[in-house]
Each structure stands twice: as structure tokens, then as C-alpha cells.
Design a protein around this ligand. Structure first.
Ligand code: GLC
Length: 474
């Protein structure tokens, strides 16, 4: 089977969040299961020169965007056994950063259309196209509207994966004809609540819609989580499923990670992880005390549950824990944490920014990893934390619920709480501290956390099963 995996980012070429991690590791995992999976990405201006220099030019053509035609060049690169296509248009993609521009709607309408046009020009005819999030959501829409009648497109199946339902690609109806190139007679495919909604189009048109955890697949049927799409998703529930993400266990491996003060594994963390903690405490200006360090590596935005932390941060510290925060986001949260650190010297360390190498030192050096998200489609950090022997404390939502089980019964791999309530979270933190204060029991828990299988193995199999099922649909 041949699969074309479409995404707006994939590490290591260009990544701004979890989608980049998934698109950078899932195709390889799928590929090792007798599926040929190739990936298509925009060629962004800030792609690192080490990769840019290796690109091989394949061809170029023009892409209809509304009533205009735009250039598209295709470059190819093989990385870790996976073939990547990079679509080049400097007007759209030679900018600093990936998204957040006034014309994002046009940029990704172009990209989605270019993916389909590319199939006329390369020697790869997919049986299935797997699209991800709103940026590539128009692919199944255009396929059905403009390409289905052609022999080479007749049998192509489509899967659409929602990584985060909050970002839907919503625009005014004004862009429908001139930019998205969809006539009024077809407006109903994209129209939702009086707006053009790219994600809605994919949910309508794709053969299968998946999300990144089984719990999230259920949650988004509920208005509390759905950002307005629950009605539509309930109608389309017959084609909705959830598959838990994995992480790249080769890259996130504490026994080889070059960023750590000392490397360690599940059999010797007791000897080496303390050096990582010592380094972390010094980097974040914390006292060199044998108290549990609870860490957060997160975007500082509402849905990550920062409000809960804000509410009881002082209680956490007063109960004898140290707090480390690494992340950036909304100004009010950034300044809250800066002030908290200023008021609690030696007990709270905060760095504002997205610094991947430092994040790895945090995963390794902390004892506890806090993720109290209001909603979390999957979440990757809790899996990385497990792998680095840093015990997660999470709210039972989405992928957090599917990957972390409370250790209260002597079996789980972390600490969990159910409701979006600051004192429930505090209670989980205090239970974790009690656990930490019993060194023998703690070692058992850390070892169990480190031994959880967070690789793509099980999930890649589920993706391939889903592809096979979709290919037999019609
Ligand atoms: C989004 C979600 C996150 C998920 C990631 C990869 O960033 O917010 O929960 O892990 O996508 O699927």
C-alpha cells in the first residue's frame, strides 16, 4: 500500500508543536510495516541549511489559487528511510515562522491544492492520502470536487487526523470563491456557523476521521471540548476513531541523549539521574536540597491548565516542593511565573522560551512532571517524562487519561486527578510528594514509569489497520 502523509510541519525540518513530532516520527514507524509512506511538506524559508543543501529538485508546475495561478516547485529528500517532498513557493513560505500570517488561509489552500497537482508530476501514486489538521484539511475537499473524475484519482482514499480541534482554519465567507476556489453551489461543504471552516470540510469529505487518543475521540463529541464542532462530529461519528500517539524513542532516550549531565536507563537511574537533578537545580537557580522538583514544560496558554497552577502554586512551594517552569505564551501567565520566582528565590525557577535542549534537561532532572491540561488531545510531554523517569501528574483528559494511570493501587505510572479543580490537582501533587518521601517505593515507581512502552509500535499497527480498513470501504 502507498500512503502520502500531508502535514504543515515535521521535525527535524520545521516544527512548532506536537504535530511536528508526530509527522516526524509516525511515517517512519508506518513504513516499517510494509506500507510505503511518503511525506509532503511546505518548503519553509527557515529550514535548516544542513537539510536545505541536500534537497534534490524534481519538477515544477502551476497551481490554481482562486482565479490565479501560482508557481510550485517540488524538491525531494530521503531522511531515515522516508521520502519527503517539499513544495516550494517563496511568496507563501519564505518567511520567518510557520503560521500566524494574515494570509494563512490562502497559503494552506494553495498548499492543499498543490499536493493534488503534484500527483500529475511525480512517480508516486498513493492509494491513500493522510491529511492532518486544518492546514491540509482542504485536500479531501479538493479531491472530491475537482479530481475524482480523473482515472488516477478515482480510487484514492482519505484519512483526516485532528491533532487539536481548537484550530479549525475559520475564515469569513468572503474568501470562499476568490481564495479557496469553491463556488457558491458547493459552499455547504465548508460552511459552518456562518464561516468558511477548513476542518469542517475535511470531516465532511474524508473517508475516516481520526484523533490522537481514544478518549479525545469521545470528548470532542461534547461541547465542552469541541470548539463548536460537536454537532457535526456526532453526525459523523460512524467514521471517527482515536489512536494514541507514540514518541520517537530513539531521539528521546536518556541513555544516549547528549544534552544530559549523565546518561541513565531503567537499571541505573538511581546512580545517574541525581547528577541531572543537580544540574537542573543549578540552571534554574534552585537550592541544592533533596526535595522533589516538580516541572512543567509547556506553552503558557489557558488550555494547558496554567490557571490551576496559578491558583495553588504557593501551596505547592509551601509544602516543600521546588517548581521549574519552561515555556512561553500569554503575557499574563509569563509575568505570573516571573513574579512567583522572584517571590520564592531558590524554590521556583522559571525560564520563558521554547528551548528544546533545555527541555530535555528538565525532563531528566525533575522528579515530577505536571500537566494539568483542561483538554489534551494526546500530549507528548508526559510520555517523554515517563521515558526519562520523571513521574507525571496529570488531569484525566484525552491522551493524558489514556497514557497515565494513577499509582494509588500500586500498579500505575503516575498520579492523576479528574476534575478541572486546583485543589484536586494540589491533592495529587501532595500524594506524589508522599510517594517521593518513601525512597524504596519511589524507585519502584520510577522504574515502572521508565519501562512503559511509549514507542510508535502499537499505534503504527493501528494506523496500518485503519488504512487497510479504509481501503476496503469502497
Ligand atoms: C497537538 C495537541 C497535542 C498532541 C499533538 C500531536 O499539539 O495539542 O495534545 O499531542 O497535537 O498529535
Amino acid at each position: 500500500m502507498k500512503v502520502l502523509f500531508c502535514a504543515s510541519e515535521a521535525s527535524p525540518f520545521a516544527a512548532s508543536g506536537g504535530l511536528g513530532d508526530v509527522a516526524g516520527s509516525l511515517p517512519r514507524a508506518i513504513q516499517s510495516r510494509k506500507v510505503e509512506c511518503r511525506v509532503v511538506l511546505p518548503l519553509y524559508g527557515d529550514m535548516k541549511p544542513e537539510y536545505r543543501d541536500k534537497l534534490k529538485y524534481l519538477t515544477n508546475f502551476t497551481v490554481p489559487v482562486g482565479w490565479r495561478n501560482q508557481y510550485c516547485g517540488v524538491f525531494e529528500l530521503t531522511h531515515d528511510g522516508v521520502t519527503y517532498y517539499f513544495l516550494d513557493n517563496e511568496y507563501y513560505f519564505k518567511r520567518t515562522g510557520l503560521y500566524g500570517f494574515y494570509d494563512d488561509g490562502e497559503r494552506f489552500a494553495y498548499f492543499s491544492r498543490a499536493i493534488l497537482e503534484m500527483l500529475f508530476h511525480i512517480d508516486f501514486q498513493p492509494d491513500l492520502i493522510h491529511t492532518n489538521d486544518w492546514q491540509t484539511a482542504l485536500v479531501p475537499v479538493y479531491l472530491n470536487l475537482y479530481y475524482r473524475h480523473l482515472e488516477e484519482f478515482r480510487n484514492i482514499k482519505t484519512v483526516f487526523t485532528i491533532h487539536n480541534i481548537q484550530y479549525q482554519g475559520k475564515y469569513s465567507m468572503d474568501i470562499l470563491e476568490d481564495t479557496v476556489a469553491i463556488g457558491r453551489q458547493d459552499a455547504h461543504i465548508l460552511e459552518y456557523d456562518g464561516c468558511v471552516n477548513y476542518m469542517k470540510g475535511a470531516i465532511e469529505c474524508a473517508d475516516k476521521v481520526s484523533t490522537v487518543s481514544p478518549s479525545y475521540a469521545q470528548e470532542i463529541l461534547d461541547p465542552w471540548y469541541s470548539h463548536g464542532l460537536d454537532d457535526l462530529l456526532r453526525q459523523k461519528q460512524y467514521k471517527l476513531c482515536g489512536i494514541l500517539n507514540g514518541i520517537d524513542v530513539k531521539s528521546y532516550d536518556p541513555s544516549t541523549d547528549p544534552n544530559l549531565a549523565e546518561n541513565y536507563s531503567a537499571s541505573n537511574f538511581g546512580k545517574h539521574k541525581p547528577a541531572c537533578k543537580k544540574e537542573l537545580q543549578s540552571l534554574f537557580g534552585l537550592n541544592d536540597w533533596p526535595v522533589p522538583v516538580v516541572a512543567m514544560v509547556t506553552r503558557l496558554v489557558g488550555h494547558k491548565g496554567v490557571d490551576l497552577v496559578r491558583h495553588v502554586a504557593q501551596d505547592i512551594i509551601n509544602n516543600g516542593l521546588q517548581l521549574v517552569v519552561l515555556g512561553s505564551g500569554e503575557a499574563e501567565y509569563e509575568s505570573f511565573f516571573r513574579e512567583l520566582a522572584a517571590r520564592n528565590p531558590g524554590a521556583v525557577g522559571v525560564k520563558i522560551g521554547f528551548i528544546p535542549s533545555l527541555a530535555r534537561k528538565v525532563y531528566a532532572g525533575a522528579d515530577l512532571f505536571l500537566m494539568p491540561s483542561k483538554s489534551e488531545p494526546c500530549g507528548l510531554s508526559q510520555m517523554v517524562a515517563l521515558r526519562y523517569g520523571t513521574v507525571p501528574i496529570v488531569r484525566e483528559t484525552g491522551g493524558l487519561r489514556d497514557s497515565i494511570q494513577d499509582s494509588g493501587d500500586g500498579k500505575g505510572n503516575g498520579f492523576t486527578f479528574r476534575n478541572y479543580n486546583a485543589h484536586e490537582m494540589l491533592n495529587a501533587v501532595l500524594r506524589a510528594k508522599e510517594g517521593y518521601d518513601n525512597p524504596d517505593g519511589w524507585k519502584v515507581l520510577v522504574k515502572r514509569a521508565m519501562e512503559c512502552d511509549m514507542s510508535w509500535n502499537a499505534s503504527a499497527k493501528q494506523y496500518v489497520d485503519m488504512y487497510e480498513q479504509v481501503c476496503q470501504l469502497w
